[in-house]
Design a protein around this ligand. Structure first.
Ligand SMILES: O=P(O)(O)OC[C@H]1O[C@H](O)[C@H](O)[C@@H](O)[C@@H]1O
Length: 309
């Protein structure tokens, strides 16, 4: 690219455009050529590319653009509910709302801004949403791409209500993988998980890594803050670092669930793996005026260089 980080104008490298449906999106680029795209619909990350321009997130080729509905893939934000564990729509309403670019967010530590291309987005409770979830909040999301090409997401949720409220949350991360049967997840072994395929039964993981040979739909509880997803065929490892997000939801449907997943190709399960950094088992309880922060940092390293592996 011929640009050095020292002279790179990170502000100018942040571009606001429209997607093919006319919905606003923000494109972030680094001097080395990594990039990310975030839609104002749901603040959903719709693309994350490495310096070679290779996509790292899965998006279904059958994605259907419905009015104000999250598409299948990327990283939708699940808030104030994960899955169907409450009375709201699946994964909560935040992913189906229009977010605004926040020009003047409360500051974050200098480390979260220096040397990064970033954008701040904001969702506030609306009168309509208050009818089904009667709590006032401000949700700020900082999306950054670092000079190393890492994708960083920082969520700050503030209670501006007169009384406490609780919520669950997830970065519903659709990783793009070469072949699901070649994938191992390390860092979740020996943990307890809730198995969604068996009425959320609590089970202790016995394997020395998670591998896939049929449908998996689990929530691993109280996990370490670093886990690794090893892709043998691509010889690369996704390193997932998180803070404030104790649980990890792991999902691969193994086959197209015919009626419910119209936006999913027959064989696409092979190229996707959801590994969601989340708060599920013990929802966050926020008192009036309090703020919660949940951080996710995704990196990709060659498997041979992975200090974690
Ligand atoms: O279709 P989505 O909204 O992306 O959600 C799909 C999946 O999300 C979670 O991970 C659940 O545990 C799955 O049971 C669910 O089917």
């Amino acid at each position: 690219m011929g640009h050095s980080a020292a002279v790179w104008d990170f502000r100018a490298a942040t571009e606001i455009t429209k997607d093919q449906n006319g919905i606003g999106q923000v494109v972030l680029r680094t001097p080395q050529g990594a990039s990310a795209r975030v839609s104002l619909l749901g603040a959903q990350i719709t693309s994350w590319r490495n310096e070679q321009g290779e996509e790292l997130l899965f998006t279904s080729s059958k994605t259907i653009s419905k009015a104000l509905k999250a598409t299948r893939g990327g990283i939708p934000i699940c808030f104030p509910q994960f899955g169907n564990c409450g009375s709201l729509e699946l994964h909560g309403f935040a992913r189906n709302r229009m977010w605004a670019v926040d020009e003047n967010p409360p500051p974050l530590p200098a480390n979260d801004s220096n040397g990064k291309s970033f954008v701040d987005l904001l969702l506030k409770s609306s009168e309509e949403d208050m009818k089904c979830w009667p709590h006032s909040f401000e949700f700020r999301l900082r999306v950054s791409v670092t000079t190393d090409g890492d994708l960083s997401l920082i969520s700050r949720i503030r209670n501006i209500n007169g009384k406490p409220f609780s919520f669950s949350f997830a970065y519903h991360t659709y990783l793009l993988v070469s072949d699901i049967s070649e994938i191992r997840i390390e860092g979740l072994e020996t943990l307890d998980y809730l198995d969604n395929l068996f009425q959320k039964e609590r089970i202790t993981e016995q394997g020395d890594a998670i591998t896939f040979e049929s449908e998996v739909d689990r929530v691993y509880l109280s996990s370490p803050n670093v886990i690794a997803v090893l892709d043998h065929e691509r010889k690369q490892t996704y390193v997932i670092k998180k803070e404030g997000l104790p649980d990890v939801a792991v999902w691969n449907p193994w086959e197209k669930k015919s009626k419910s997943m119209v936006d999913f190709g027959d064989e696409e399960y092979k190229q996707m793996l959801c590994v969601d950094a989340a708060v599920i088992e013990k929802p966050v309880n926020l008192k009036p005026g309090e703020e919660w922060t949940g951080r996710l940092q995704l990196s990709v390293v060659p498997s041979s260089f992975c200090s974690y592996c």
